[in-house]
Design a protein around this ligand. Sequence first.
Ligand code: ITT
Length: 199
Amino acid sequence: MKIIFATGNENKMKEIREIMDDLDCEVLSMKEAGIVVNVEENGETFEENAQIKARAIAERVEDAIVLADDSGLEIDFLNKEPGVRSSRFMGVDTSYTVKNQHILELLEEAEEEQRSARFVCAIAAILPNKEEKIIRATIEGQIAKESKGEKGFGYDPIFYVPEFGCTTAELSMEQKNKISHRGKALTQIKKFIIEYYGI
Ligand code: ITT
């Protein structure tokens, strides 16, 4: 069985491969599957955008499970921004060093109890028979006082997880996948695929 992941984000792809590693499936990125498509993510929710991406790819393939991830960071102090616009926040070409620094400045006056935030991930799955499933998962945390850690990607250096006493950029990929929004959503999708195909 082939699984095609509808993402152009190499960092997501690394996490996804690790989570799907024990499935008896070939996991391919869009690029590896030879699919070039520019999808406009104009949905208002993570679920809608995940579905838009998955459908755009599923239209172009046969006999494969198509998965898509739409994710982002909701910061309560900023009225849940950047949310679905997380990758477009301050422009897609702006570095995360700059984006993260800007967020730290926006929250400079925020007290600890005002710094709550969460990563959200919606994964859409489309089976070869076109049956669809969408799962949402989150991880709760806080916006850190300063940027820390070199691992992960995107907003990880400013996302502090109180239970671990560090940011998600300080966790190994294995540790992050156990507790993260993406890890939790994909684990549920994996169960769905296993039940469906017995693989
Ligand atoms: P695709 O649409 O091609 O999958 P993308 O990077 O544009 O790639 P999204 O539209 O889902 O993906 O945007 C998600 C953004 O949210 C991502 O670029 C990061 O900035 C942020 N994000 C999501 N998950 C994250 C994580 O685990 N750690 C840090 N930042 C994350």
